[in-house]
Design a protein around this ligand. Sequence first.
Ligand SMILES: [Zn+2]
Length: 235
Amino acid sequence: MREQVSNLFNDFVALLFPECCLGCQELLARGETTICTDCRIHLPYTNSHIPANGADFEWLRRFYNKVPVKHALAYLYFARSGRVQQLLHELKYRGHEQIGEVLGNWFGADLKEQDYQQQFDLIIPVPLHRRKLRKRGYNQSDSFARGLGQALNIPWQANALQRLTDSATQTKKSRLERWENVEQIFKITDVDQIKNQRILVVDDVMTTGATLEACAVVLLAAGAQSVSVATIAAA
Ligand SMILES: [Zn+2]
């Protein structure tokens, strides 16, 4: 009875305050949450995790001659307009953390079909500098890490890496200077947690790959067995 009343109440609330898809702003149908079925079908999937598609070559190339990254995976193609940009904007700036978890769950299920769960021991989101974290209230990569972890049944650890400097000061420097300063950008909080582990570092967007590269350098220096990277989108 109580459950029926609460269902009725939820329907009533939905009628008064209909929820919109966070990708296309269309009204969600009953049973849909966060992202509508139409978006789910039409999102620009890279499918780079499927070995027959040349696997992750496209993104892996960005790390060649810089740092040995085992797998580089991106779920979606990033475009400056459209659903992916909208989703990332809602995730990052409008408090809709659940987007990361939903996309992490979906991507994780795809990765599981290709047996990627055998490839990693620990998932680590790229951390925000504490100033930025305080301002935003959450790290947009945490919920993506959580979603992937749930789907792949792999633990994730938000505080394994610590960001010591703001990305703003980091991007002003040349790549070489950045590399030399890598240990001033990211710090490992507990080396024992990293040692001999196969790490999957996750972030919202991959552009040049410089941030992920810096994480990989620090993790490998700390004794990680291997480092792979995965992002919601890649530009
Ligand atoms: Zn939609």
